[in-house]
Design a protein around this ligand. Sequence first.
Ligand code: MG
Ligand code: ZN
Length: 218
Amino acid sequence: MKVEVIKNILGENDKIAGENRNFFAGKKICVMNLMGSPGSGKTTLLEKTLGKISEKIKVAVIEGDLFTAKDAERIENHNVPVVQINTSGGCHLDAPMVKKALQNLDTENLDLIIVENVGNLVCPAEFDIGENFKTVVLSITEGDDKPLKYPLIFKESEIAVLNKIDLLPFTNFDLTAAREDLTTIHPGIKILETSCTKETGLDEFCNLILKKVSDVKS
Ligand code: MG
Ligand code: ZN
């Protein structure tokens, strides 16, 4: 019975995700679903990324958050259009929420929408929102065991960002083991090491995004 309900929820979600995907394709908008735990540094990474790419392409942001608009307010400071989705405690974004958010976004001439998902390593990976690709942010402080413990999100993501890499010397995070686990779970996954405080690895991340944007255009 429970399995049946979950199947129906995901089935309905996939239908709307397909509609979102068609909508984005029609407008040649690339969509990145940005996922990761609370505190992994998603919003800071997003701010740094916007600082580097918003002069080159037209970007908008959809901010998923449980209750607040704190992250959306941070993004607004970068003069980028942002739509807030409050899930009222819901632990992930789904395709209907994104579809609804699009009503409040001017999508004319947009090149890229970055969707910051709710901080969670579990169910955001289960819900297709119609994105082109997923990125997962894992902070060094979270521990190197996370890829094996939460394999789905790493399997689903095209890019894994190992963030706060500057903190590596202060932790027992085993970078070699984490990289091996990531590649075992998802052969071909692009693994980046970033630090938003030291400003390292950010250009590489931006270049991957810009490449995805140009792939959608062509
Ligand atoms: Mg955030
Ligand atoms: Zn959830």
